[in-house]
Design a protein around this ligand. Structure first.
Ligand code: HGY
Ligand code: MN
Ligand code: MN
Length: 398
């Protein structure tokens, strides 16, 4: 495991599961922010948090034009693994060390970034930090997002000593970035099948997150006749099964991984159920069709169960194609590594709409991610750093 990953390995780790709970503006996040600052300071590079809460460390003049930026995120999903996000940030700092060891003097500024709330695990919207930076998420909407305890993003920022009034897009910074490269553990087994430690990303499947609210009628589990029930659990269960079937038919994926049952009593028929759908497909038309089919199944079943169905979109990400010219250039620098798409969202997917962007993937032997079992071999992590160094050396040279 890279030294930086070891340094943060205890932060936000749940000993009972071995998974991480590193949520934006939580105590774990503040400890990770401290680690980031220490990693920059020990390398003698200036660092700061922008008004959104994204962390930046600059080797060279941060206001200089044509910057190369690399990094990822430090936050996790509930019980996430050690590599999703942090591998990209730690590898970026390792790359600075190796570039210096090779005597590289960058011809342009190099930025190391850690975007805030990439997973959306606390406030529900993915890639909050990069979306706010690029103006693809309205600051007022973001600041009004609330977590499971009803704490808003604005309140969470204030409690952490950040000023929500500073949250705004930064087009001037974007204009100074010539290239963004994100290194990330692969969340799949493509590189295993290719027999390669490192690969280049071609693009990201379109995907989105919807909240389904099923509203029925609370009642007694023992005395209410079956015919008299308006049980939202039936509509929810039917929708989950329909989502799986429709995803298979659409060649996509659909997941209800988060559910909130009210009042959640074992001898009461639920009054309402919130379920979150995560749906993804190889292209936009397939995704649109898949989501429409799941919605249709939910409403149809709702009518039968006398359960009201309400659906609201939480975040949507269109299909992303990474810059072909940049991918070609990096491919030749790396001597022809596999190129593969991903169904996982990344800040790189947001940046790609604004600056030439590339992704490097590091082999994940099991493909498992968003789980404590997520793992990458040391040798592959080192191969990832060395590939990042080669790529950055080329991008910084001119
Ligand atoms: O959900 C995703 O695809 C990413 O891990 N945020
Ligand atoms: Mn993730
Ligand atoms: Mn990630």
């Amino acid at each position: 495991m890279l030294a930086g990953l070891r340094e943060i390995s205890a932060i936000g780790r749940d000993p009972s599961t071995g998974g991480y709970r590193r949520y934006a503006w939580s105590a774990a996040d503040l400890a990770l922010r401290e680690w980031f600052g220490g990693a920059a300071t020990q390398r003698g590079i200036a660092w700061h948090a922008d008004g959104i809460g994204n962390l930046w460390a600059w080797w060279g003049d941060e206001l200089g034009p044509g910057a190369v930026v690399t990094g990822s995120h430090l936050d996790s999903v509930p019980d996430g693994g050690a590599f999703d996000g942090p591998l990209g940030v730690v590898s970026a700092f390792c790359a600075v060390d190796e570039l210096r060891a090779r005597g590289v003097t960058p011809a342009r500024p190099l930025g190391v970034v850690a975007f805030v709330e990439e997973e959306g695990a606390r406030f529900g919207v993915a890639c909050v930090g990069s979306r706010l930076l690029t103006g693809s998420l309205d600051p007022d909407r973001a600041l009004g997002l609330t977590d499971a305890d009803g704490v808003s993003l604005a309140e969470a920022m204030r409690s952490a000593g950040a000023d929500p009034a500073e949250v705004r897009p930064d087009p001037a910074l974007l204009a100074r970035i010539a290239t963004y490269v994100e290194l990330h553990i692969e969340q799949g087994r493509g590189l295993v099948e290719h027999g390669a430690p490192v690969g280049l990303g071609t693009g990201i499947w379109p995907h989105g997150r919807w909240r389904y609210r099923f509203t029925g009628e609370a009642n007694h589990a023992g005395t209410t006749r079956l015919g008299d029930r308006c049980d939202p659990m039936l509509t929810y269960a039917h929708t989950v099964l329909s989502a799986r079937k429709r995803a298979r038919l659409a060649g996509g994926v659909a997941t209800f991984g988060r559910v909130l049952v009210r009042p959640n009593g074992s001898n009461a028929i639920a009054s309402a159920i919130d379920g979150w759908l995560d749906a993804r497909a190889p292209d936009q038309p397939s995704l649109g069709h898949l989501v429409a089919e799941i919605e249709r199944a939910a409403f149809e079943r709702g009518r039968r169960d006398r359960v009201e169905v309400g659906i609201s979109v939480e975040s949507q990400t269109p299909a992303v194609e990474f810059d072909a010219g940049l991918r070609q250039r990096l491919g030749s620098v790396l001597g022809g590594v596999p190129a593969l798409p991903t169904g996982a969202g990344h800040d790189a997917g947001v940046l790609a709409g604004h600056v030439p962007t590339a992704m490097l993937f590091v082999r994940n032997p099991t493909g498992i991610s968003h789980s404590p079992a997520e793992h990458a071999e040391d040798a592959d992590c080192v191969a990832g750093v060395l590939a990042l160094v080669d790529v950055l050396a080329d991008l910084l040279a001119r």
